[in-house]
Design a protein around this ligand. Structure first.
Ligand code: DC
Length: 223
């Protein structure tokens, strides 16, 4: 049986960094589900497919290929065989991804892909609905949170490191917009699973968050 760790939480709560580090340490394959919704968004932007054009969306979902591959320690994303790791982080994609992720048929397809990815491998999967919807029986469920301001600061720093131009006010506004969209959606809203462990990371260093999660996982494996 595969061992599954689900990490959920809002944008910028540290899920991505934490999942990568913990995955590496404990030999769990790390899957970034937000990146999958970003790939779908990029495809729609490039092909001028509107959010309401369910027929076209359904057509391309049948053939779209989204892959995550580890290339010498770096996670890379591929959309129909093209590497799009940086493109899916750009502003135009970030602006529509929350809405795209709430299109029911998009979510159904992504959830199906996510469940297939986890067959027979030990994984740490991060997203919004992993513990509540994708893997309600996950072995460990973590819900990471932090204040919106702290999350905006982190995103700004990340973008700077990647050389992506951005400004704090815009990021903060986008984070609040997405929080609201993600929490109030009637399609898999962002909520903490009842049996998830809540960690507020606002005043914690990334190493401290990882240590907490690693201890939780090791403890669970012993049982
Ligand atoms: O984690 P991220 O910022 O890359 O996620 C991008 C968007 O995708 C975010 O607005 C919420 C959505 N998302 C989702 O609805 N379900 C997931 N499992 C992962 C992300």
């Amino acid at each position: 049986m595969a061992f599954i760790v689900a990490i959920d939480g809002p944008a910028g709560s540290g899920k991505g960094t934490v999942a990568k580090l913990v995955g590496k340490k404990l030999d769990l394959v790390n899957i970034d589900t937000g990146a999958m919704y970003r790939c779908v968004s990029l495809y729609m932007l490039r092909n001028n497919i509107g959010l309401e054009d369910l027929q076209s969306i359904s057509n391309f979902l049948n053939v779209i290929k989204i892959e995550q591959k580890n290339d010498k320690g770096i996670e890379k994303f591929y959309l129909n065989n093209e590497e799009v790791t940086d493109k899916i982080r750009e502003k135009d994609v970030t602006e529509i991804v929350s809405q795209v992720s709430h299109i029911r048929i998009v979510r159904e397809k992504m959830v199906e892909l996510q469940r297939n990815m986890a067959k027979n491998i030990n994984i740490i999967m991060e997203g919004r609905d992993i513990g509540t919807n994708v893997f309600p029986n996950a072995d460990v469920k973590i819900y990471l949170d932090a204040s919106a301001e702290e999350r905006a600061n982190r995103r700004l720093k990340q973008n700077n490191e990647k050389g992506i131009k951005s400004n704090y006010e815009e990021i903060l506004a986008n984070i609040k917009f997405r929080d609201n969209n993600d929490k109030t959606s009637d399609v898999a809203p962002l909520i903490q699973a009842e049996d998830a462990i809540y960690i507020d990371t606002t005043n914690l260093a990334i190493e401290e968050v990882c240590k907490k999660i690693i201890d939780i996982i090791i403890d669970k494996k012993k049982k």
